[in-house]
Design a protein around this ligand. Structure first.
Ligand SMILES: [Zn+2]
Length: 323
């Protein structure tokens, strides 16, 4: 993903990105009257999710086109044997040639008309393919998180919207951002999926698109993202507050270009759950320092439980705010 503006991140600003207009970045989230919620907090096994991160990282770097990438695909699929899985496979034309790209969508049907999609990319950065970069946080943490969410959704009757979990491919740029602009050389998998779902009519059923990216940092501070839909971020913040995790959310404001953008551009309410300050001044991001020792099971549990709580609130919101 790319940071378009970040008042705190000198490294990002050094890349020539623009600071946000202060009037926008300082805007508060809308206040919503949300339905109350009973029952125990959602279950999410942070230790099991952490084991999935370790398994994914153990394959080594997993850029598109690599044998490791294929192994991670097989790994993800092997955990979804009991589920209904759609595959979206196509050939991406990139500055480094043609690559086979595959998105996987596990579908958990609900009783309400509409879909909540939750996405994570699973590839690692292509320009770093010949380094020891394994993307424990960047691609690993969120892909593992979705596997554990699948465990929690599986075999349970859903009283609410259908939930579709999306492991998307080729989020990372193929050429360094200094050579080819990020916007035209990234998000290959999710752009294809958004176009496909627009063409076949699926898109209009998607009530919310939640994206998880870099969610495992032991020092967890999920950004408020100015490219996300404010009312949906309000629901996430309420979910975090109900679980007592609000101090990990939205203390910092960013504007992030990430896998939610193709859905945002098509009018789908979107939220990017990302902690884009990974190590002091984001120093571990896109470096071989992005390893499992920087992550914690608790952070995975916090984000996983807040996503599940957010779904529980969305299930009871009728109607949802307009896009
Ligand atoms: Zn990345």
């Amino acid at each position: 993903m790319l940071l378009a503006c970040d008042r705190d991140n000198q490294a990002a600003q050094a890349k020539g990105q623009n600071p946000p207009p202060s009037s926008v970045s300082d805007a508060t989230l809308p206040t919503l009257t949300l339905p109350s919620d009973a029952g125990p907090p959602p279950a999410f096994d942070g230790n099991r999710a952490m084991q999935y991160v370790k398994d994914i990282v153990a394959f080594g770097p997993r850029p598109i086109g690599s044998a490791n990438h294929r192994k991670v695909e097989d790994y993800i699929i092997s955990h979804l044997k009991q589920d209904t899985v759609e595959e979206d496979t196509f050939t991406a034309d990139t500055p480094e040639g043609k690559f086979s790209v595959r998105n996987f969508i596990a579908k958990f049907p609900g009783t309400k008309d509409g879909i909540i999609a939750i996405a994570s990319h699973y590839d690692t950065n292509y320009p770093l393919r010949n380094t020891s970069f394994v993307g424990a946080n960047d691609g690993g943490s969120s892909s593992a998180l979705l596997l554990e969410i699948a465990n929690q959704l599986r075999s349970k009757q859903r009283e609410g919207y259908s939930v579709w979990l999306v492991w998307d491919d080729a989020e990372e740029s193929i050429k360094p951002d200094t050579e080819v602009p990020f916007a035209s050389d990234s998000l290959y998998g999710i752009r294809h999926l958004a176009e496909k779902w627009q063409a076949d009519g699926t898109l209009k059923k998607i009530k919310a698109f939640l994206l998880a990216d870099m969610v495992g940092d032991a020092d967890l501070n999920i950004d408020r993202d100015l490219n996300s839909t404010p009312w949906l971020e309000s629901v996430i913040y309420e979910g975090a507050t109900r679980l007592g995790y609000q101090s990990h959310f939205f203390g910092r404001t960013n504007q992030v270009t990430d896998d939610h953008i193709p859905f945002k551009e098509r009018g789908v309410p979107c939220a990017d759950l990302i902690d884009f300050n990974y190590g002091y001044n984001n120093v571990f991001w896109h470096t071989p320092q992005d390893t499992v020792d920087k992550l914690s099971p608790k952070s995975l549990e916090i984000v996983g439980a807040v996503i599940l709580e957010t779904i529980r609130i969305l299930d009871k919101m009728d109607p949802l705010p307009p896009k």
